[in-house]
Design a protein around this ligand. Structure first.
Ligand code: NAI
Length: 481
């Protein structure tokens, strides 16, 4: 029986391995992690991450051929194929701080694999890593391996949170990169056989190691660039009276461009886009390519601009002050159908409003109070490090931030409400009831273009929607960035 082990039971490791176990009943899959609470949750009825369809998959396989454990060394020792899906944060200190990927967790995983292995293994990079990481990992493994053979493969993950199970069942492609020699090709075939249990072979793309590593960074950079492109257009739409939804539709119906990732919003978030683009920028710089680096830097800058532009619009519309005013924040996760808040634009928007002395009342259907308070108190980039290593700002923000359990409570007596995540339930709220319970004039700032602005204006709200022709109220109060 083939045995697979995955180091890192996070957003990628957990769902990926659960689907692999479901689709390959004759393979034993162990997902291991150093975090005891995380493994305990994977073994309970309350999984550590929210992902539609995940509960079902885990229930079907857990205890049969899918196991979650903190006994990392035992499972690595027993496995033929070891996936590594640990975090790869942005460095916060030293050479490349603020840009380069921090491979501390990866290196410690690689050293542990070398230490405990007594038989040859295929080691698969599942984490998103800088191009040529495999070379470094190969060196760590071979210099510590006591003669055991290791083959490194790059098999980046393209799932999107919120649709992870769907994406894993039916991926656009699976990418496997390996060495160009016979042993490398044999390892590629072994991994291809695993995926071939459910993925049509023509969708399994085999490349060299460096192409596979770089393709993942490139895919994320291209996706983020589309969002920043349409967001840059949204600012121009507001200034000219064009409607960004109409512009995006007109542009996206061109088959060369396509309609996806053209929704204007308060900005992109999530654990990957910013981190991976920063990483790409650093790699460009290290290779003496400053122009290429600056091109990608602009994608991040436009994203920061969009978040700040939104927050400034809130302040400027409300007579240039939100001091002491209650503002409801609907949605905190970086997108709908996930409880993930890593790099969510809500953090920057909320921090900006808090700096202007607003009182925030936050509601998100999937994010817990503890997480929101932690996110608003944490130093930049710290979210991708283990909890005990995170630096929390000394001055508390809890006097200004209140987390509540429904949208009506959040908006009661508020001067304004901001929609920061496109949860479906926000579309069907009773806005008449909300209006009646808010201070007047009552403002809606829609950072995801989900509410029906025409209907809300009829009710009496002053509405700001990203990239849409402005209310006359807002026109008279331009936001300065
Ligand atoms: P995560 O933070 O949810 O999970 C990583 C896990 O690794 C944590 O539970 C941590 O405790 C564990 N870990 C760290 N060092 C370890 C060690 N030495 N031994 C055992 N466990 C260890 O991160 P996530 O989101 O799953 O991402 C993992 C990688 O996958 C990152 O490189 C990310 O860029 C990439 N990725 C993430 C996607 C996403 O949507 N979240 C999509 C595609 C790739």
């Amino acid at each position: 029986m083939v045995k697979i082990c995955c180091i890192g039971a996070g957003y990628v490791g957990g769902p990926t391995m659960a689907v692999m176990a479901l689709k390959c009943p004759e393979i034993e899959v162990a997902v291991v992690d150093i975090s005891q609470p995380r493994i305990k949750a994977w073994n309970s009825d309350c999984l550590p991450i929210y992902e539609p369809g995940l509960d079902d998959v885990v229930k079907q396989c857990r205890g049969k051929n899918l196991f979650f454990s903190t006994d990392v060394e035992k499972h690595v020792f027993e496995s033929d194929i070891v996936f590594v899906s640990v975090n790869t944060p942005t460095k916060t200190q030293g050479l490349g701080a603020g840009k380069a990927a921090d491979l501390t967790y990866w290196e410690s995983a690689a050293r542990m694999i070398a230490d405990v292995s007594k038989s040859s293994k295929i080691v698969v990079e599942k984490s998103t890593v800088p191009v040529r990481t495999a070379e470094a990992i190969e060196k760590i493994l071979t210099h510590n391996s006591k003669g055991i053979g290791f083959q490194i493969l790059s098999n980046p993950e393209f799932l999107a949170e919120g649709t992870a199970i769907k994406d894993l069942y039916n991926p656009d492609r699976v990418l496997i990169g390996g060495r160009d020699n016979a042993a490398g090709q044999k390892a590629i075939e072994a991994l291809r056989d695993v995926y071939a249990h459910w993925v049509p072979v023509e969708r399994i793309i085999c490349t060299n190691l460096w192409s596979a590593e770089l393709s993942k960074l490139a895919a994320n950079a291209f996706l983020a660039q589309r969002i920043s492109s349409v967001n840059a257009m949204s600012a121009l739409c507001e200034a000219t009276g064009a409607d960004v939804t109409q512009v995006a539709h007109a542009v996206g119906t061109d088959t060369r461009i396509g309609p996806k990732f053209l929704n204007a919003s308060v900005g992109f978030g999530g654990s990957c886009f910013q981190k991976d683009i920063l990483n790409l920028i650093y790699i460009c710089e290290c290779n003496g390519l400053p122009e290429a680096a600056n091109y990608w830097k602009q994608v991040i800058k436009v994203n920061d601009y969009q978040k700040i532009r939104f927050a400034n619009r809130v302040v400027s519309s409300m007579f240039n002050t939100v001091s002491g005013k209650k503002i409801a924040i609907l949605g905190f996760a970086f997108k709908k159908d996930t409880g993930d808040t890593r790099e969510t634009p809500a953090i920057d928007v909320c921090n900006r409003l808090v700096a202007d002395k607003a009182k925030l009342s936050i509601y998100d259907p999937q994010v817990l109070e503890e997480q929101i308070i932690r996110d608003l108190s944490m130093a930049r980039f710290d979210w991708d490090h283990p909890v005990p290593l995170q630096q929390i700002k000394a001055e508390g923000i809890s006097e200004q931030v209140n987390v509540v359990s429904d949208a009506y409570e959040a908006t009661k007596d508020a001067h304004g409400l901001c929609v920061l995540t496109e949860w479906d339930e926000f579309k069907s709220l009773d806005f008449k009831k909300i209006f009646d319970n808010m201070q007047k004039p009552a403002f809606v700032f829609d950072g995801r273009n989900v509410v029906d602005a025409v209907k809300l204006r009829e009710i009496g709200f002053i509405v700001y929607s990203i990239g849409k022709p402005l209310d006359s109220w807002l026109k008279d109060m331009p936001a300065v960035v």
